[in-house]
Design a protein around this ligand. Structure first.
Ligand code: HEM
Length: 459
């Protein structure tokens, strides 16, 4: 399906796409958009995520969009928002089209993202356009070795292995909490991205956290220019070391042009690893509550030297499944750069296009909607398949997906190598009474707690 330009004047485009009533628009804003904003788009607010979990907010949002689909048809459904043209996608083929035709005419660099990310990475690829985007995208793909399951230049595994072993010693027989896990995760991430010399630079991560907290408020928060300068100075010092085995080392040998701004691509790498930590912790919760899959994971890692790089397809699939069930980018946003034509009518330039990933990932039409089904990811998927888009898809798909899946699956493998795993409060994952086998619509990783007793020899 192609996007057909239908003229250049916005006023010449009377839209016939279905239009939500004022009440339904308010419902979408209240049940879909507001919870995403409340939880924090650029950095999560753990308290709000706990509230969302108690309300099972994502399941309610999916239910609402299903009802709107029944009422208005496949859309795209226009919302009545004063001063902003906005649609929500309700049909799989529309999602496929929008993602396949990014960045033109469906640009990832939406007004909202530009306002948020300009707080700390105004030249990042995600909010770039035109030639700058093309060149920054190429740089990202080369440095992150996008197509390969195991990065051919950097070696994250030895660093991750060391940090997770250290975590297991620190935790001992006590519960593995989010706080303990996250300290390890960030040490490992700083080593993977910037090299061993950055392992203990918590100041760098703290500064980025504060910049991201400002970015959560997008236009509404003043820029923190001094903080950003300090963060960038520290970052550049690490990059200049270009440590072999780290992404900084790979970057140093990656071709650039005057437009690339390589140092401006790195904050996205650092902050995007956050989503990897939630996905990993949730995947551990899934494994702790699904003995059959846990046994398959054990069979995959049995007898392997986990300090060496290797692909772990089943554990990768578990992480992908954690991301399907609880996508860390629930709202995939695009903005039209020109008018486009749809079966239902034209859509003007400058329209904000919202894909709410949980609506597609957890749709009632899917037999596996609310069940842990890692096998989904072990078969090749095509762009024509039902959209499961935790990493988005198409030309603007996450270029770090293989790297983060490699890191996350390695973390799980090392945690489980000679340990059993139990979850302190399995009801958080198994869902509420009466929900049968349905996994909860929302799962906060921050309240999960595990026990990891040593397996007896021969177990
Ligand atoms: C589980 C972890 C991650 C998830 C779920 C994830 C997901 C995504 C998604 C959905 C997008 C598209 C966003 C949009 O269209 O608005 C994206 C973009 C991007 N991600 Fe990731 N990501 C993850 C980790 C990473 C990591 C670790 C890196 C780098 C090391 C990375 C680098 C990027 C970059 C550079 C973009 C922008 C791509 C572009 O605009 O062309 N991501 N990611």
């Amino acid at each position: 399906m192609t996007a057909t330009p239908v003229g250049s004047r916005r006023s010449a485009l009377p839209s016939r796409l279905p239009l939500a009533s004022r009440l339904d628009t308010a419902r979408v804003m209240g049940s879909v958009v507001a919870p995403i904003l409340a939880r924090g788009v650029i950095i999560r607010r753990p308290g709000m995520l706990e509230v969302a979990q108690r309300l099972d907010a994502d399941r309610r949002a999916v239910g609402l969009l299903q009802r709107l689909h029944d009422r208005y048809g496949p859309g795209p459904l226009r919302l009545r928002i004063p001063g902003r043209a906005m649609v929500v996608l309700l049909a799989p083929q529309h999602v496929q089209r929008v993602l396949a035709q990014s960045p033109v005419p469906f640009s990832p660099a939406t007004k909202e993202k530009r306002a948020a990310l300009a707080h700390f990475q105004p030249h990042g690829v995600l909010i770039s356009s035109g030639r700058a985007r093309t060149e920054r995208r190429r740089f990202n793909e080369r440095a992150l070795d996008t197509p390969h399951a195991v990065h051919r230049g950097a070696d994250p595994v030895a660093k991750v292995h060391e940090e997770v072993c250290d975590l297991l010693v620190r935790v001992g027989p006590d519960a593995l909490t989010w706080d303990a896990f996250t300290v390890t995760w960030w040490r490992a991430v700083r080593r993977v991205v910037l090299g061993d010399g950055a392992r203990d630079d918590e100041r760098l991560s703290d500064d980025l956290t504060r910049l991201r907290a400002a970015a959560n408020w997008a236009f509404l928060h003043p820029r923190r220019r001094r903080l950003r300068r300090r963060f960038e100075r520290r970052l550049v010092r690490h990059l200049e070391r270009a440590e072999p085995g780290s992404l900084a080392g790979v970057m140093a040998g990656t071709p650039t042009t005057g437009r690339t701004r390589p140092e401006q691509q790195v904050p996205q790498w650092l902050f995007a690893f956050d989503a990897g930590s939630w996905a990993t912790f949730r995947a551990l919760a899934l494994l702790a509550t699904h003995p059959e899959e846990l046994a398959r994971a054990r069979a995959e890692i049995a007898g392997r030297d986990l300090s060496r790089p290797q692909d772990l397809p089943f554990l990768r699939a578990c992480v992908q499944e954690s991301l399907r069930l609880w996508p860390t980018t629930p709202a995939v946003l695009r903005e039209t750069t020109e008018p486009t034509r749809w079966e239902g009518g034209p859509m003007p330039s400058g329209t904000s296009v919202l894909t709410y990933a949980p609506f597609f990932h957890r749709n009632d039409a899917l037999p596996y909607a609310d069940r842990f089904t890692p096998d989904l990811w072990l078969e090749p998927r095509s762009t024509q398949d039902w959209p499961l888009i935790p990493f988005s898809a198409g030309p603007a798909e996450c270029p770090g997906r293989n790297l983060v899946l490699h890191v996350a699956s390695t973390v799980l493998a090392v945690l489980l190598a000679d340990r059993d795993v139990t979850l302190d409060d399995p009801a958080r994952v198994r869902g509420r009474a009466g929900d049968g086998e349905r996994l909860p619509g929302t799962l906060s990783p921050f309240g999960l707690m595990f026990r990891l007793p040593r397996l007896s020899p021969g177990a």
